[in-house]
Design a protein around this ligand. Structure first.
Ligand code: ME8
Length: 737
């Protein structure tokens, strides 16, 4: 096996980290930006610590899913992939991400190297030919056990039956070796939930894995048997070594950087990275990566932000309104790494104003301005330390080590909390010592000495904070570094400035540059501007439908159900546009529907009957009595209708009209109370796919919470409900638009 190297040929430490390579079936969104930004922050810190770092990202361009998306868009797969891959790369550049290499799996360097890996696995006896008949999920490019019609365990879509002569990888031979490997390398998979999941998957037994396909051609041909293309996950995972030149004459980078220190991935692709990938590598005689770290999901509008769900937010929007530092800070501070986290424009602006504009930005501006005002911009000799300076210095010294431990553990949120405690303490120190105020009983000389000491001490704390925060706020840190008279922070990073970072580095006599604004306070309309930009983008995507990229564009950026900014909702209550039906006028299929006070609940109740009952024999009562008010497409877009499957249905004691349902939306499970007990036997509902209003405010009934509403036609004369459904099979969570 290739030996792990901790040092490069110059004896410097080396560090290799990777993002997943992103599918090119749709445009990048904030979820992709999240993983890439996390890697960028890690890479920046490692480099500034003098570690020879290699940061790889790229795009995953082969497979049936891409082939189909390209066809829908009327493009060749290669044209299609080139366009979307270009968008990923352009976005990373716009956000200033410092990747060292960007690999596309359609590049020759990758193809040749993947073929070499395949041939190596075959030569070593781990690949054989056989035939496969079974289920396959094209969306996740995943083989699934079970009979025809089995849904994909990852996305809930119904799998397709494939029957092919295939090459197989002897995955079964690695069950014990993998378990031993996990045991011997407890830090290999994190977080713990991922580790547990993967171990239990492997303990459940591993079957050999089909690693070639013949039913389509958009892939890398199997060497020597070109009617087969290599399984897209074998192709994709290999990018981590092909980008380093594995299997070619030019393999110095492979020798220098492999094994990877961190494969950073989203938690949904842990199995591929923690089971298949180390098994492929072991079979090829290559050392497995040192660690796979899974980030949680960025949620928006109650669900995982994803192109197929259509609830995406684009990083470009946040970048345009608040800048990329604000986005980086929010993602790293708000979401404990490894856990799911909510994204909302409100929370983003709150963090921006609270921590950046009023916190760090304000502190820097106060100190830099006072150094200019009182000392012509020159740092003074601080003189002796009083108890207040000793306390601040000791806090800064503690912060240096705590921040390092937390950040290097990928515990970014706590690291930033630690750092912001120092921001607050420095702010408090300034306020307590008030260098701008001279008490009557203090001599002029004493006052100047205090000003000199307090400003030099606060500026030194800011220098430490700025150096530490540089990987997270590279643009702001660069500005502050200049203002502190320290020159270019990028040059300092190249000179490994974090290795020498210690209290006392700000020398008396240093001349500050002119103050410059860092984080101008976000005005009240910042949220509305971002919402409007996303809505505008969704519209332009819809208008573009019919163009060559229509299908892809719809997938990528279909109207995002952006949450209304609070202010707007308050000004324009739903009642103004559509009267809430009186409880008795609307059948209570779902408890929150008719009586809920939330604005969002009203249109949901009113839209129930007519749209959901194409074969309804007569207009539903609501249709006859409903207000003739017309709504806009934007109004409709606020109602999130989704496909769900009933998992549990039961009567509620002493409530003869209500059923308690547990439904699966594919991405989450929910409880809904529905007033259909007189019309539906609970056991007949189990397994049935229904339509629900997914963004209805929760409501409590008989001590139980109801999270959503079922859609049903309401039949005359008494409004008997008939649940909406589909003739075709539809995946769970699919949105109705
Ligand atoms: O899975 N929250 O590509 P992909 C957090 N090509 N992270 C998210 C996210 C969200 N809402 N949405 C996407 C693939 N991501 C394969 C990978 S690797 C050899 C092949 C991030 O385009 C997260 O890192 O579906 C996730 O794993 C990745 O994007 C999936 O991107």
């Amino acid at each position: 096996m290739a030996q792990a190297q901790d040092k490069n040929s110059q004896g410097t430490e080396r560090f290799y980290l990777t993002t997943p390579i992103y599918y090119v079936n749709a445009r990048p969104h904030l979820g992709h930006a999240y993983s890439t930004i996390v890697c960028d922050a890690i890479a920046r810190r490692k480099r500034a610590l003098g570690i020879d770092t290699w940061f790889l990202t790229g795009t995953d361009e082969h497979g049936q899913k891409i082939e189909r998306s390209a066809k829908l868009a009327g493009r060749t797969p290669h044209e299609f992939a080139t366009a979307i891959s270009g968008e990923f790369r352009a976005l990373w550049d716009q956000l200033g991400l410092t990747y060292d290499d960007f690999i596309r799996t359609t590049e020759d360097r990758h193809k040749r190297s993947v073929q070499h890996l395949f041939a190596t696995l075959r030569d070593r006896g781990y690949i054989y030919k056989g035939s496969y008949t079974g289920q396959y999920c094209v969306f996740d490019e995943l083989y699934v056990d079970g009979p025809p019609g089995t849904p994909c365990p990852d996305c809930g879509r119904i799998t397709e039956t494939v029957s092919e002569e295939n090459y197989f990888f002897k995955l079964s031979a690695f069950e014990h070796r993998l378990l031993e490997f996990y045991e011997a390398n407890p830090a290999f998979m994190q977080p713990e939930s991922t580790r547990r999941e993967v171990i239990s998957f492997v303990r459940g037994g591993l079957k050999d894995l089909s690693v070639s396909r013949t039913s389509f051609s958009w892939g890398i041909p199997v060497p020597g048997d070109e009617k087969h293309v290599i399984y897209v996950w074998l192709d994709a995972l290999a990018n981590y070594i092909t980008a380093l030149g594995y299997g070619t004459e030019n393999d110095e980078k492979f020798k220098k950087y492999w094994p990877a220190d961190i494969h950073l991935i989203g938690k949904e692709i842990s199995r591929f990275h923690c089971v298949y990938w180390p098994a492929f590598l072991m079979a090829a005689g290559i050392e497995p990566p040192r660690s796979v770290r899974a980030n949680g999901w960025l949620l928006f509008d109650q669900g995982k932000m994803s192109k197929s769900r259509g609830n995406i937010v684009r990083a470009e929007t946040v970048h345009a309104v608040l800048g990329s530092d604000a986005l980086r800070y929010f993602l790293l501070r708000e979401i404990p790494f490894g856990q799911d986290g909510n994204f909302s424009f409100d929370a983003l602006v709150q963090r921006y104003n609270g921590d950046l504009a009023n916190g760090y930005g304000n502190l820097v501006s106060r100190v830099v301005n006072m150094v200019h005002k009182y000392f012509g911009g020159v740092v003074q000799e601080p003189g002796g330390e009083s108890a207040a300076e000793t306390a601040l210095r000791q806090s800064a010294q503690r912060t240096l080590s705590e921040f390092a431990t937390q950040f290097d553990d990928l515990n970014f949120s706590d690291a930033l909390k630690t750092l912001w405690a120092l921001v607050a303490e420095t702010d408090g120190y300034l306020t307590a010592n008030a260098p701008w105020k001279k008490p009557a009983d203090r001599s002029d000389a004493d006052h100047v000495a205090l000003q000199a000491r307090v400003l030099a001490t606060a500026a030194e704390a800011i220098r430490i904070i700025t150096a530490l925060v540089y990987p997270v706020l590279p643009d702001a840190a660069a500005k502050v570094w200049r203002q502190l008279g320290q020159g270019e922070i990028a040059d300092a990073a190249k000179a490994s400035f974090l290795t020498q970072l210690a209290w006392g580095g700000l020398k008396p006599g240093t001349r500050f540059a002119d103050p410059a604004p860092l984080f101008p306070r976000a005005e009240k309309d910042a949220v509305e501007r971002m919402v409007a930009m996303e809505e505008e983008n969704s519209k332009s995507v819809i208008e573009a439908a019919g163009g060559p990229f229509a299908a892809q564009a719809q997938l990528a950026a279909a109207p995002a159900p952006i949450q209304e900014p609070k202010k707007k909702a308050e000004k324009k209550p739903m009642e103004e546009t559509k009267p809430t039906p009186a409880p008795e006028a609307a059948p209570a299929y779902s408890v929150p529907a008719a009586t809920s006070a939330t604005p969002a609940a009203a249109p949901a109740a009113a839209t129930t009957a007519p749209q959901a009952a194409p074969s309804s024999p007569a207009p539903a009562p609501e249709a006859q009595t409903a207000s003739p008010q017309v709504i806009t497409i934007d109004d409709f877009a606020k109602v999130e209708l989704r496909v769900a499957q009933v998992l549990v249905a039961e009567r509620i004691p002493k409530a003869d009209k209500l059923l308690r349902l547990e439904v699966d939306l594919g991405y989450e499970k929910r409880q809904i109370l529905a007033g259909i007990a007189q019309y539906y036997e609970p056991e007949k509902l189990i397994g049935r796919k229904i339509v629900i209003v997914a963004n209805l405010a929760p409501r409590k009934m008989r001590g139980l919470e109801s999270n959503g509403m079922l859609l049903a036609a309401s039949l005359p004369p008494d409004g008997a409900p008939v649940l909406a459904g589909f003739l075709e099979d539809v995946p769970l969570g699919a949105r109705l638009k």
